[in-house]
Design a protein around this ligand. Structure first.
Ligand code: BG6
Length: 496
């Protein structure tokens, strides 16, 4: 029997407004946390710039996934003269959406994952009324998708909290932000009723633990703030599921988790335990949002750390009553851990860990693991038995235009061949209920981790460099034609 995917499998690609859309101050959009982040590189961290309004002193905090990022007393994140902020233009989807969606249609996309920039719809986050121009933009985008039979998959918050909410409320640490978010979610779900069926509440919700400013507009990087921020986001997710049921029973709301299976470097039981505990730390977020309850170990952890949640009567009943309908996740590679001191350190989108001797890496040190999707899908399916959706997977490559004017992105095709074969086995051999697959950064966009353009993921090249130069012209790569064939054959033909 030939192995394929179900006929209704949602093939497509994924993007995020803060990395793709640009037009950061057009048509009434407010500033978001992404708009104060400069570019960086593989070796140099992105900077979050600030000003002290009292004195005019300026400075920055480095974006880090490994160490705490705390703003000095009185510092307010701000756009500074002379700094380059890649989100301000992204790769200009705002002015290229018709062309880009047409390209997606040509590839045969069934789904396009994009995010709504919260600060385009509610410029300050706490506004009484939405910005009509912002709402109109996304309506045009969704109608354009429909023209090509493409289903939009909408992330409500992808690494861009309205900046005002960060400054005035310390982001998601404040319970009032739940109401602002739910009001925003209701506004868009009502406005796009019949146009949008699939929503994700928070991109990589577990990232709040590693980078609270990036994920939740939190300016105080301590355990208490992060735990409270997560609790408030869980409640907001449950209230969004509740609202979706009331607005349109057709809507399906999903969680979005950054998932990296963690392997133990050795068979030493101490390494096995370390990998188990590291996975628990990630899965805590899906235990609550997808499973509907706080796991027991987290209360011990909070107690040991002196964390006290400002919870209220009814919170846990709400979480149990309104878990998400499906669990989506990003997965680029696995990570490896050890309790021994002999591992060479490695990189990844969230967890660093140590180098896995069996795997090669890309130019940014991310491991290329041919079995990672099958392993991840099995782990998540066994734990939750809820429909799964891979909403990010792909490889960053510094693509070059060859002498024949084309981009021969063999490395990307080879990575995707392995990854798609791996998830195909999970569906065909393991019986996992997988809704779809959206390759990350289907049209080149800015890297979230480094702010670079050279770290490209797309099937389509965009002429733009790390200094913000370039015509923004689009050029399909070899992988564009390859993916078109994959979709047309329902995943049966992965040959290049
Ligand atoms: C995920 C994020 O962690 O990884 C995306 O949801 C991001 O926003 C992607 O772009 C790839 O990471 P990077 O740092 O290579 O852009």
């Amino acid at each position: 029997m030939q192995e394929t995917f179900p006929k209704n499998f949602l093939w497509g690609g994924a993007t995020a407004a803060n990395q793709y859309e640009g037009a950061y101050d057009e048509d009434g959009k407010g500033l978001s946390t992404a708009d104060v982040m400069t570019n960086g590189s593989h070796t140099q961290a992105r900077k979050i710039t600030w000003i002290k309004p009292e004195t005019g002193e300026t400075g920055y905090v480095e974006l880090s996934f490994q160490k705490p990022m705390n703003f000095p007393e009185g510092a307010v994140p701000a756009v500074l003269d002379g700094c380059y902020y890649p989100s301000h233009t992204g790769t200009d989807f705002y002015h290229h959406y018709e062309e880009d969606i047409k390209l997606m249609g040509e590839m045969g996309f069934k789904v396009f994952r994009l995010s709504i920039n919260w600060s385009r719809v509610f410029p300050n986050g706490d506004d009484a009324e939405p910005n009509e121009k912002g709402l109109e933009f996304y309506e045009k985008v969704f109608k354009e998708c429909r023209k090509y039979g493409i289903e939009p998959l909408v992330t409500l918050s992808h690494y861009e909290t309205p900046l005002n909410l960060a400054i005035k409320y310390n982001g998601w640490t404040d319970r009032r932000v739940i109401d602002f978010y739910v009001n925003y979610a209701k506004t868009v779900m009502k406005r796009y009723k019949g146009l949008v069926k699939y929503y994700l509440t928070f991109n990589e919700i577990n990232c709040i633990y590693m980078a609270p400013f990036l994920a939740a507009g939190i300016m105080t990087d301590d355990e208490q703030s992060k735990a409270q921020g997560a609790h408030n986001q869980f409640l907001a997710s449950a209230l969004t599921v509740k609202a979706a049921r009331e607005i349109d029973p057709e809507i399906k709301v999903g969680q979005m988790l950054a998932y990296q299976p963690v392997y133990a470097l050795t068979a030493d039981p101490a390494d096995q335990l370390a990998s188990l505990k590291q996975m628990d730390r990630t899965l805590f977020y899906s235990d609550v949002q997808t499973g509907g309850r706080y796991p027991d170990w987290i209360w011990k952890d909070y107690e040991a750390k002196g964390i006290k949640l400002a919870d209220q009567a009814g919170d846990y009943e709400l979480l149990a009553k309104y878990p998400v309908d499906f669990l989506s996740f990003s997965c680029y590679s696995s990570s490896t851990t050890t309790t021994h001191n002999d591992g060479e350190s490695a990189s990844g989108n969230l967890l660093g860990g140590v180098k896995n001797p069996y795997l090669k890496t890309n130019d940014w040190g991310w491991a290329i693991d041919p079995d990672v999707l099958r392993i991840a899908l099995n782990q998540l399916w066994d734990r939750y038995h809820k429909p799964l959706w891979i909403v990010e997977n792909g490889i960053g490559v510094n693509d070059q235009i060859a002498a024949d004017g084309k981009i021969h992105d063999k490395e990307r095709i080879s990575y995707l061949q392995q990854n798609i074969a791996s998830m195909r086995d999970a569906v065909n051999l393991d019986g996992i209920d997988l809704m779809g697959y959206t390759m990350w950064g289907c049209i080149d966009l800015v890297s979230a981790g480094t702010g670079e353009m050279r770290k490209r993921y797309g099937f389509v090249y965009v002429d733009r460099d790390d200094r913000g130069q370039g015509s923004l012209k689009r050029l399909p790569k070899d992988s564009f034609y390859w993916y078109k064939k994959v979709i047309a054959s329902d995943g049966a033909d992965l040959s290049d």
